[in-house]
Write a protein that binds this ligand. Structure first.
Ligand SMILES: [Zn+2]
Length: 263
């Protein structure tokens, strides 16, 4: 009996130690789950990548109409932006350029030419930060600073916004909304963000994915890299335009595609 008694005493002591450890582990797990939930709540909260959110975030236009919007990010970036403008002029195609404030400071005349030739422009921030790690006030600062620079060069206040790297979450969403912007994502990408791929691959990537109402992402610049080589995009543009025109698509600006023109 004594042996059993002692044994059960030891057991209960062990149980207390084990339970104590388990409680600690459970506590750690709960802390981990809470922190993870807080962090992920910044990502895509309230947003659905598959569908347009009327008036605020768009990935595409009317899928019943054979209309397409070509968009160019990270410019102006010379000589490539001017070469793209020459091709668009030749084919009488209107496109949309999401401008970086800092690059507009470098090439104000190109920014002005974009507007003068009937293309739409959008705000792509001042210096292309990764917005998911920025405060709401810094996100607003990026929008305001780029807006001032773009207005100075083009006499136009943009109302379209494309977040760098396409990232979005509830903080960005609300900052952009409060500044009166509409966010434009894309449904088709050339997959040449931040890198050079061959003109053939750019053409294949775009033509393979295009559908009615597509918003096509291309790049005339590469973040803040001055003179970043975009010759492959320039070379790909003519076959893209010719093939899509042959398929019966009409090229329009993003505001025209979405019926949100500001007159
Ligand atoms: Zn960009």
């Amino acid at each position: 009996m004594t042996y059993l008694f002692n044994n059960s005493k030891i057991r209960s002591k062990i149980n207390i130690v084990v339970l104590g450890r388990m409680k600690k582990e459970i506590f750690k797990l709960l802390v981990f789950i809470t922190i993870s939930a807080l962090l992920t709540s910044r990502v895509y909260a309230g947003l659905d990548k598959k569908h347009n959110i009327a008036g605020l975030v768009y990935w595409h236009g009317d899928i019943s109409q054979p209309k397409i919007a070509l968009t160019f990010d990270d410019g102006p970036n010379e000589p490539y932006t001017s070469e793209i403008l020459d091709i668009l002029k030749k084919y009488n195609v209107k496109a949309t350029f999401f401008l970086l404030g800092k690059n507009v400071e470098r090439y104000p005349d190109t920014a002005r030419r974009i507007v003068e030739e009937g293309h739409a422009i959008g705000n792509h921030t001042y210096d292309h930060p990764y917005l998911l790690i920025q405060s709401k006030s810094h996100i607003k600062y990026e929008l305001e600073k780029a807006e001032q620079v773009i207005f100075k060069a083009t006499n136009t206040k943009p109302y379209l916004f494309r977040p760098p790297y396409g990232v979005n979450d509830s903080w960005i969403y609300h900052a952009v909304k409060e500044k009166g912007y509409v966010t434009i994502e894309w449904s088709v990408t050339s997959h040449n963000g931040g890198k050079e791929i061959s003109p053939d691959r750019i053409v294949r990537n775009v033509l393979g994915e295009v559908k009615n109402g597509a918003i096509v992402l291309l790049h005339d610049g590469d973040r803040l890299i001055k003179g970043a080589n975009r010759s492959h995009v320039v070379k790909a543009l003519t076959p893209i335009i010719e093939s899509l025109q042959q398929r019966g698509y009409q090229f329009v600006t993003v505001p025209q595609l979405l019926g949100i023109e500001n007159d």
